[in-house]
Every structure is written in C-alpha cells, then in structure tokens.
Write a protein that binds this ligand. Structure first.
Ligand SMILES: [Zn+2]
Length: 106
C-alpha cells in the first residue's frame, strides 16, 4: 500500500517537473520564433530593396536600348521616326522588329 502511495507521489512530482520543463520550452520556442520572424522581416526588406533597385536598373537599360539613337546616342522621343539631335532615321525600336513583317506608316 505505502509502496503504491510512494509511487503515486513520485509520479506526481515527475509530472510537475515535466510540466515546468514544457512551459520553459514553450517560452524559449516563442522567443526564438520572435527572433526568426524579426530576422526574416529584415532579410525580406533587404531583398525587396535589392529587387527594386535591380528593376530600376533594368528599366533604365531597357529604355536606353529602345529609346536611343544608334548613331549619336541621343534619347529618342516616343514615336519619333527621326533623331531630334542628328536627324538619322530611327525606325522601330530594335527589339520590336520582326523580319518579314511590313510596317505600315499612317
Ligand atoms: Zn541621333
């Protein structure tokens, strides 16, 4: 009988220890989750900034290749047929030209 009671008391103590350890683990887990969330946020913001900068550079490069005179390098005006700086014929932007297609001038 007393052996049984002893075992029950020990079991209760073990349960209590486990509960406390679990609570500590939960708290540590929550803290590390908060740290990770913060780190991810920083990394995300940095990556977003890099991506935005890259997009701006790409947009600029695209504009340069599509909208500059190949003869003098002056920027061409949208829809212009001749360079406003040197007068060279500009034609359609290089990347929109498809061989075999007729360009209709209105
Ligand atoms: Zn030109």
């Amino acid at each position: 009988m007393s052996n049984d009671l002893n075992r029950q008391a020990m079991q209760r103590m073990a349960n209590e220890r486990n509960r406390q350890a679990m609570a500590r683990n939960r708290e540590a887990l929550a803290a590390s989750s908060r740290r990770i969330a913060k780190t991810n946020q920083d990394a995300l913001a940095q990556s977003r900034m890099r991506q935005q900068k890259k997009n701006e550079q790409l947009a600029q490069a695209l504009q340069v290749s599509s909208y500059t005179c190949r003869k003098c390098g002056a920027s061409r005006r949208p829809g212009a047929s001749y360079c406003h700086s040197c007068g060279a014929p500009l034609g359609p932007p290089p990347n929109s030209y498809k061989p075999g297609r007729r360009w209709r001038i209105w």
